[in-house]
Structure formats: C-alpha cells, structure tokens
Ligand binder design. Structure first.
Ligand SMILES: CCCCCCCCCC(=O)SCCNC(=O)CCNC(=O)[C@H](O)C(C)(C)COP(=O)(O)OP(=O)(O)OC[C@H]1O[C@@H](n2cnc3c(N)ncnc32)[C@H](O)[C@@H]1OP(=O)(O)O
Length: 239
C-alpha cells in the first residue's frame, strides 16, 4: 500500500472480487514485478553494452512479456485499486507496479500531503536533472491527492508551473501539496518540490485548479466506477 489516505470502497468493475488476503498477495506480487521492471528500465537507459548484447536482451525481454497473460480493458479499474482516493497500483506516479513511476510515496500531512521519491536517468531532461514534465507530473499527482484528502477528489483543469532550479536526479525529493481554497466544485491547490537535504530551496512550484466532476459526468468519464453498495445509482466522486 502506497498511502494511508482515505479511500472509497466498492468501486470496482470486476465481477469476482478477491478477499483481503488475495488482494494483499496480488499487490505484493505486482509491486515485486514493478520493482524489477523499474530496475530493468534503469539498466536499459544506463547500459553501454554492445549491439549484440542489446539484441540478446531484447529477445529475452520479449519472451518474458509473453508470460504476462490476461489483458485489462482500457477503462477497467483493477481489482487491486481503490478509486478514487486510494491505491492505484499502476499509476505512472505513485504505482508500485508501474515501470514508469519513480514511484512517489504519498503520506497525509496536517492540511495536505507530502510525497517522497528519487528520479532516475529514465526521468532525465537536461543531463543530470529531471524532465520538466516529470516535475509537473509529481506536482499534479500530489495536488490531486491533496484534493482527495480534503474530501474533494478532482481532475486538473489548470496547472501553472514555475521552474526555479533544476531538479537533481538520484536525490531524495520532497513534494508538498495543500488545498488553498474551494469554490463550489473547484479546488485551488498549491505545491512545491525540494530536495530532502535542502527543504528551504524550492526547485519547482505549482498552482492548480481541480474540479470534482458532477456525478453524471463522473459516470460518463469512468464507466468502471460503481457507487458503494454496488448500485448504479450514484458515485462517490466529488462527494
Ligand atoms: C475524479 C478524481 C480522479 C482523480 C484521478 C487522478 C488525477 C490526477 C490528476 C490528473 O492527471 S487529471 C487528468 C488531466 N485533467 C483532465 O483530463 C480534465 C479534463 N477536463 C474535464 O474533463 C472537465 O473539465 C471536468 C470533468 C474536470 C469538469 O467538467 P465539468 O463540466 O464538470 O465542469 P465545468 O465545465 O462545469 O466547470 C466547473 C467549474 O470549473 C471551472 N473551470 C473549468 N475549467 C477551468 C480552468 N481551466 N481553469 C479554471 N476554472 C475552470 C468552470 O469555470 C466552472 O466554474 P464555476 O462553477 O465557477 O462556473
């Protein structure tokens, strides 16, 4: 589990829901595979191996991918996930099962959230520093968590980034986000990235507006979403 943040239950599409122990075992295995694949991604972008070795590995990886049977449909919510506001095993930001995620570990703070992670060479923009899009991704996600923590899970409608210093790779980072105000379904959020070593120097900062979709809009956007209790009559989003 990546975060102790509150979550909504009974939001899954899959007819057969594994029991708690089954979900735990599945999550543990997903995270173990995610960890190894992230190590493979890192090795892939770091290697200086010769073409023959690269081609041999490519063939081996093709063979491994063929062992990953079963296919989740595009809008299907994985049985191991709690959406919105909970675990997202394959999130490209927080998902311990995602090869793309740093992954960011989010914890609740008084009045917001804090995330920690380190970026690797796979997240590089300028040599030795993080890509600006990756910084925006870390902030966007953390700010989304801040909304969910405040009881208003929402989607980003506006994200204003300020890049003040380059974000070093391979340094422990701290991402802070907090809600600054609400207006109807709109949530105003601010966030920042620093290193853990120097929390007083802001490297990147963001201001964002998030909107909690109304229930009808949420049902259209997320057909996999079900109301607690399993009825189709409503949704937990934005409530
Ligand atoms: C549900 C939780 C899901 C969380 C998943 C994790 C998310 C992580 C963060 C993301 O990556 S989100 C992905 C990127 N964002 C999107 O794809 C959102 C695309 N936008 C939409 O689909 C719609 O805008 C949305 C469903 C969010 C809202 O549509 P609505 O039709 O419900 O909103 P509407 O247009 O009525 O606007 C609601 C209010 O927001 C205001 N608004 C809309 N766009 C705005 C904007 N760009 N800036 C400022 N305010 C804005 C709008 O003026 C209005 O204000 P008022 O109530 O005061 O009139």
């Amino acid at each position: 589990m990546n975060s102790p943040l509150p979550h909504h239950s009974a939001t899954r599409t899959t007819a057969e829901q594994p029991d708690e122990e089954g979900v735990h075992r599945q999550r543990t295995a997903i995270a173990a595979l995610g960890h190894e694949v992230r190590a493979l991604v890192d090795a892939t972008v770091r290697t200086t191996a010769a073409p023959d070795a690269l081609l041999r590995v490519a063939e081996g990886v093709r063979g491994l991918a063929a062992q990953l049977t079963g296919r989740r449909a595009r809008a299907e919510i994985p049985v191991v996930d709690e959406f919105p506001g909970g675990a997202r095993m394959y999130s490209p930001v927080t998902g311990t099962g995602s090869p793309l995620a740093p992954p960011l570990k989010v914890t609740r703070l008084d009045g917001g959230v804090a995330g920690t992670c380190a970026l690797g060479l796979a997240h590089e923009g300028p040599p030795g520093y993080g890509h600006g899009g990756i910084s925006a991704m870390l902030l966007d996600e953390s700010m989304g968590w801040a909304c969910a923590t405040a009881g208003m899970p929402g989607m980003t409608v506006s994200l204003q980034m300020r890049y003040q210093r380059p974000v070093p790779l391979e340094a422990r980072l701290r991402v802070l986000a907090h809600v600054t105000g609400t207006e109807g379904r709109k949530v105003y959020v601010a966030g920042s990235i620093t290193t853990e070593e120097d929390p007083s120097t802001v490297l990147a900062a963001a201001e964002g507006v998030f909107v909690s979709p109304d229930p009808e809009h949420a049902r259209a956007l997320f057909p996999g979403l079900r109301a607690p209790g399993g009825s189709d009559g409503g949704t937990a989003v934005g409530r």
